[in-house]
Design a protein around this ligand. Structure first.
Ligand code: SF4
Ligand code: SF4
Length: 384
């Protein structure tokens, strides 16, 4: 550890539960002087993860006690705070109000935050490595700084959802699947996520890793206690620590690999880190390893060819007995790979594997957790 607080750029602070999360957050932010940029009168957006209208107990969204604690810290410094996100699906004031109620963001409103209801968006040209045109929500232009406040979860396509992935929520809900379709390969998608982060450059990146989500994340997985709060000056440093907490190999996280290719971050060992990730590491966290089986490359299993690799790739798999036949997955699928077909007296999704780009939007936004991330038994065996 460095000797003075000024030298830290990232902090991980243990936190047993949400009753003490505000204090842990203050300690993590204080260790890196994360709010040193705030001046009276500044307008600050807290970009939370509000992916779906799910209660805090589901562990899919940033916990309201943490968002409220951050709001208090900011308003004490004289800043005006807006909390927002663009969840999946329709993006209307009514859907946002419902989301804020269910996710508990009204707790932040009570201590002075405004909850964004502006659903307008616009498109700009950007000079990203992968992305050239970005459509994003207007309210992000009405601020002086963005604070990225993510939730730590397993994710079907990029392995984990944390600070870098959270910024995908700048894109309006119904545009997200279309954007996925433009970047069907996981490395391109990761490059695009880094482009978004570089465009907005959040001033501070925070991760709620007190209770995360493992397994079928990022919306239908299982809550898992991790026990930490992370604060960092860049989303890449925050994610490098987050990967460590859930025992993911940071070199295998596509977003971190994309950031490294551009020299935006080093390895965990190079970070001026306050706190010890090993003290809160969950060694048996059920992550979803990256979508393709490229982990085989360079290994003794590298002999498998493209066709075999395709057969072994992770893919979405409907669970008919959980499905309520709402058709949301079919409507959201950017590749038009889903048809609703009669199965056991009701209509359930049938996926055309040739068309599917494995973006996992269907899994992310299924309201009944009836779409799983399927891994072949061979891959499961090899990954043990
Ligand atoms: S979104 Fe889920 S519940 Fe709705 S049709 Fe698709 S699999 Fe079934
Ligand atoms: S079937 Fe699911 S994973 Fe495949 S392209 Fe459609 S939404 Fe994406």
């Amino acid at each position: 550890m460095a000797e003075t607080a000024e030298k830290y750029t990232c902090a991980v602070v243990p936190c047993a539960d949400y009753s003490e999360a505000g204090a842990a957050l203050a300690r993590a932010i204080g260790a890196i002087d994360g709010l040193g940029f705030v001046r009276p009168g500044m307008r600050i957006v807290i970009k939370a993860n509000l992916v779906a209208p799910l209660p805090p107990s589901a562990c899919a969204t940033t916990h309201p006690s943490l968002v409220a604690a951050l709001t208090r810290m900011l308003t004490e410094r004289g800043a005006a705070v807006t909390v927002g996100d663009s969840p999946g699906g329709v993006f209307t004031p009514a859907s946002l109000e419902h989301n804020y109620r269910v996710t508990g963001m009204t707790e932040a409103e009570k201590v002075g935050a405004k909850l964004n209801l502006n659903t307008a968006s616009h498109t700009v040209s950007i000079d990203g490595a992968a992305m050239k045109r970005l459509t994003y929500t207007d309210y992000l232009d009405d601020c002086d700084a963005i604070i990225d406040f993510a939730k730590l979860k397993a994710h079907g396509m990029v392995g984990m959802s944390a600070a870098v992935k959270n910024m995908y929520g700048v894109i309006p809900g119904l545009i997200k699947p279309e954007t996925h379709y433009l970047y069907p390969e996981v490395d391109d998608f990761a490059d695009m996520l880094v482009d978004i982060n570089e465009h907005f450059r959040p001033r501070l990146s925070l991760i709620d890793a007190v209770d995360g989500m493992e397994g079928n994340g990022p919306t239908a997985g299982t809550p898992r206690h991790i026990g930490a709060v992370i604060a960092a000056l860049t989303p890449y440093e925050a994610d490098a620590v987050a990967a460590r907490l859930i025992a993911l190999d940071e070199r295998g996280v596509p977003t971190l690999a994309a950031a490294r290719r551009r020299g935006l971050c080093g390895e965990l060992k190079d970070i001026a880190l306050y706190g010890d990730p090993e003290a809160v590491r969950v060694a048996d966290f059920a992550s979803v390893p990256r979508q393709s089986i490229s982990f085989l490359k360079g290994s003794r299993f590298d002999f498998v060819g493209g066709i075999v690799q395709k057969a072994l790739e992770q893919r979405p798999k409907p669970v008919p007995n959980r499905c309520i036949s709402c058709g949301k997955c079919m409507r959201l699928c950017p590749a038009k790979a889903i048809e609703m077909r009669p199965t056991r007296g009701k209509k359930t999704p049938r996926i055309d594997r040739k068309k599917c780009i494995r973006c996992f939007c269907c899994q992310e936004f299924c309201p009944e957790a009836a779409m799983l991330v399927h891994r072949s038994w061979i891959v499961r065996l090899l990954q043990k």
